[in-house]
Design a protein around this ligand. Structure first.
Ligand SMILES: NC(=O)c1ccc[n+]([C@@H]2O[C@H](COP(=O)([O-])OP(=O)(O)OC[C@H]3O[C@@H](n4cnc5c(N)ncnc54)[C@H](O)[C@@H]3O)[C@@H](O)[C@H]2O)c1
Length: 231
């Protein structure tokens, strides 16, 4: 079986009803990154950060995977599939994808804000009641925070992701503006023989060094086109 790697971003969940960052009406039109998605924001006002992610978690729990998530899961019948996602939602898993690597964390999990364990040996706690509240603590009494990689924080799963992309025969990039680094660099870890496809209804800047087959469609339509191209 050929190795097929999917690198996904917020756009693959857009048709499920989860806002992307950069599209009109996107998250960043309502919130400032500095206020809700940086370690400094947490130090400055952790309750505002908890509220932001509690709102996003509620959104994730209310929506369902869309046809693009299911098509990606279906690929496992014919290919050895790995999904590397920048998304913090669990829609790939809910659609049946078996090998999903989250680069930027998972919103349904919490972790300790204990500086001694952060980014080194993190324990993850399921967010049972859908909310993380002030006073929810780890076993050492530190406030719990969302298991999300904030801007400026290390990306622990990056080296595994680079390895997976390095073995890809086919790389499908879907629903990402490739503006967030180091995730956007992953394309360059693909081997010369790797066939690269990109699905996005909008223009996405990709270096001309790479031979990328652009499918300028939304995720759900684009996956149909992609499946036909593979045939
Ligand atoms: N669902 C989530 O978990 C979620 C949502 C928003 C942001 N994020 C985080 O934000 C970061 C943002 O980077 P990003 O590149 O993922 O998001 P982004 O907002 O920067 O880019 C989204 C991309 O998706 C495209 N898009 C919009 N609608 C689409 C559709 N129906 N089908 C296919 N593509 C569509 C846009 O044209 C854009 O290129 C990520 O690192 C991620 O952690 C995650």
């Amino acid at each position: 079986m050929e190795n097929l790697v999917v690198l996904s971003g917020a756009g693959v969940s857009a048709e499920s009803g989860i806002s992307t960052f950069r599209d009109s009406g996107g998250l960043w039109e309502q919130y400032r990154i500095e206020e809700v998605a940086t370690p400094e924001a947490w130090e400055a006002n952790f309750e505002l950060v908890l509220d932001f992610y509690n709102m996003r978690r509620k959104n994730v729990l209310e929506v369902q995977p869309n046809q693009a998530h299911y098509e990606i899961a279906e690929l496992e019948k014919e290919y050895n599939v790995h999904v590397i996602t920048q998304n913090i939602d669990d829609l790939h898993e809910r659609a049946g994808s078996k090998n999903v690597l989250h680069l930027h964390g998972e919103i349904l999990l919490a972790k300790s804000s204990n500086p001694a364990t952060l980014h080194v040996n993190e324990d993850y706690y399921p967010v049972d009641k859908g909310l993380i509240e002030k006073g929810d603590t780890c076993s050492n009494g530190f406030q719990l925070r969302p298991h999300v990689v904030w801007f400026g924080e290390p990306v622990p799963n990056l080296s595994i992701a680079e390895e997976i992309v390095g073995k890809a025969d086919i790389l499908l990039v879907i629903g990402t503006s490739l503006n967030v680094y180091p995730a956007a660099n992953l394309l360059y870890f693909s081997k010369p023989s790797c066939k690269i496809y990109l699905i996005d209804p909008n223009q996405v800047n990709v270096s001309h060094d790479l031979d990328v087959k652009i499918i300028r469609e939304k995720a759900t339509d684009g996956m149909k086109t992609f499946r036909n191209l593979l045939k």
